[in-house]
Design a protein around this ligand. Structure first.
Ligand code: F6P
Length: 559
């Protein structure tokens, strides 16, 4: 085998790929038959990884398919590349960087080298500063420029500098209580350059009790810097004349970035900045100082549990045999569904209202990572990559788009996520509402797997003419992921699970899952078009005719 850390292997040229193609040609999914014929199926296809209990048995997979997928992992060097990642090799080839988000959650005392330097002490030095800062804000020791304690933290960031913190802030709502029992700190998140976002998020805020965290890996992102300037102007304006501007910025603005020089140039005191490193991808950074707003909201102890959860899953991914390795198995199944059975999208359906932002978070993680058309050596891929991830919490989705998953013509593999213990236990009379909620989870995965035959429909007395419309074919694949409760640790485990399965798919496709060149062109063009939008005729003349006409329409209609 070629050196898997250096040369991508064309998955489509492997023996396993040929075997999978031939299995796919005659593949007849039959979950009813498979379960009836094999009483051990559930047990054999259910795996535990840290606190996650993952049932793959309702997937469209046979032993033959699974073995061929594991051969594919072998032939494409998944284990070797995983080890190269954990060892700090520059597997982000197009940016010539190590990929070491896993180092962010190593416990104190561990050691991970990047280019000959142990980075774990640096990670903990920053974490300790973030924790000390979080404690100060939470206890009221950190005050605004007029001496009042902070009540609201506004994170200004976009993409990975927004989606992780806001998702986790929502998910861990029950963990936000302040130590002195005085309620909780509110966090708001401004991301969009649509000025409506800043306008709405600033509404009702008291400048004296508001703290802004400008989060940007590069500190060069147009949206974030624009919003940071808007917020700075808002703060100074609201605090009114006579305020010491420098002192106000010092007390109301902190920053998180890898570019500390740019933070200083923006006017934020480097003493109020938390750094991280170029070996942390934006979409893998919620566990770095980018999570500062979260650490302030839930406190250092819960944030440390969050990191410990990531680490537990990292250890599973790093050490478990591939045949029992949950991120490996889930990644392989996704390759089977998308490359061999023709699925194009993948639904993530949390039966947990608190995870309502989890699908949006996964969209960046999976699609910015694996939406690539060339391999890491520049050669074109020879198969499709990167499914479209989407989803909404159950049961809301049941009353919206599940129809298409149950009876539509497309194959949509779906991950169902649920927790045994609810964060809020409510009863409707004698009925435990969480049980009713989980009954829906179990019922949906069952209906999708086993469907309802025409005979079963007829037995209910259905008129023959509408029998076909009421048949459910079944054989719609699902993965059920359960855990005891949505704790900070379990949330870390869930995120790490998806990080690693995304990685596994990227390795099989031979792509660099850690660059994102595809976002650059639009950014460049926006800067080029901006003068034309502002009325510069010369700049407008350089645009194509459609763009010129749209700009003209805008300028005519803008009041
Ligand atoms: O444009 C995409 C992107 O680079 C993401 O990868 C990143 O998470 C986001 O922009 C924000 O970047 P930054 O943290 O550097 O502001």
């Amino acid at each position: 085998m070629a050196d898997a850390a250096k040369t991508p292997i064309d998955a489509t040229s492997t023996a396993a790929w040929k075997q999978l193609s031939s299995l796919a040609e005659t593949f007849q999914p039959d979950l009813r038959g498979w379960f009836a014929a094999d009483s051990t199926r559930t047990e054999r296809l259910t795996f535990d990884a840290a606190d996650l209990h993952v049932d793959l048995s309702k997937g469209l997979v046979t032993d033959e398919v699974l073995n061929a997928l594991l051969d594919l992992a072998d032939e494409t060097g998944v284990a070797a590349r995983r080890d190269a990642m954990f060892a700090g090799e520059h597997i982000n080839v197009t940016e010539d960087r190590a990929v070491l988000h896993t180092a962010l959650r190593q416990p104190k005392g561990a050691s991970v080298s990047v280019d000959g330097k142990d980075v774990v002490p640096d990670v903990h030095e920053v974490l300790d500063r973030v924790y000390a800062f979080a404690d100060k804000v939470r206890s009221g020791e950190w005050t605004g420029v007029t001496g009042k304690r902070i009540h609201t933290v506004v994170n200004i960031g976009i993409g990975g500098s927004d989606l992780g913190p806001v998702m986790a802030y929502e998910a861990l709502a029950p963990y936000r209580a302040l130590p002195d029992g005085s309620g909780e700190l509110e966090c708001r998140f401004i991301s969009n350059i649509d000025p409506t976002d800043a306008a709405l998020k600033l509404q009702g805020l008291d400048p004296e009790t508001t703290l802004f965290i400008v989060s940007s890996k590069t500190f060069g992102t147009l949206e974030t810097l624009t919003n940071a300037r808007l917020c700075k102007a808002w703060l100074l304006d609201q605090l009114g004349e006579g305020v010491d501007e420098k002192a106000a910025i010092e007390k109301h603005f902190v920053a998180v970035s890898t570019a500390l020089d740019k933070v200083a140039a923006f006017g934020i005191d480097p003493a109020n900045a938390f750094g991280f490193w170029d070996w942390v991808g934006g979409r893998y950074s919620v566990d770095s100082a980018i999570g500062t707003s979260l650490a302030v909201a839930i406190g250092p102890e819960a944030f440390a549990d969050f990191l410990a959860g990531f680490h537990a899953l990292d250890e599973h991914f790093r050490t478990a045999d591939l045949a029992d390795n949950v991120p490996v198995l889930m990644g392989l199944l996704n390759v089977w569904y998308s490359n061999f059975l023709g699925s194009e999208t993948h639904a993530v359906l949390p039966y947990a209202q608190l995870l309502h932002r989890f699908p949006a978070y996964l969209q960046q993680l999976t699609m910015e990572s694996n939406g690539k058309g060339v391999r890491w050596d520049g050669s074109p891929v020879t198969t499709s990559t990167g499914e479209v991830f989407w989803g909404e919490p159950g049961t809301n989705g049941q009353h919206a788009f599940y129809q298409l998953i149950h009876q539509g013509t497309r194959l949509i593999p779906a991950d169902f996520i649920a927790f045994a213990n609810p964060p809020y236990a409510l009863k409707d009379g004698d009925v435990d509402v969480h049980e009713l909620f989980l009954a829906n989870f179990f019922a949906q995965t069952r209906a999708l797997a086993f469907g309802k035959t025409a005979d079963e429909v007829r037995v209910e007395g259905t008129a023959e003419a509408i029998v076909p419309a009421r048949v459910f074919t079944g054989n719609r694949p699902t993965t059920s992921i359960m855990a005891p409760a949505l704790t900070p640790s379990v949330l870390g485990q869930l995120i790490a699970l998806y990080e690693h399965l995304t990685f596994v798919q990227g390795v099989i496709w031979g792509i660099d899952s850690f660059d994102q060149w595809g976002v650059e062109l639009g950014k460049q063009l926006a800067l080029q078009v901006a003068p034309a939008v502002g009325g510069d005729e010369e700049a407008a003349a350089t645009q194509d005719s459609s763009t010129q006409a749209l700009i003209r329409y805008y300028r005519e209609k803008r009041a």
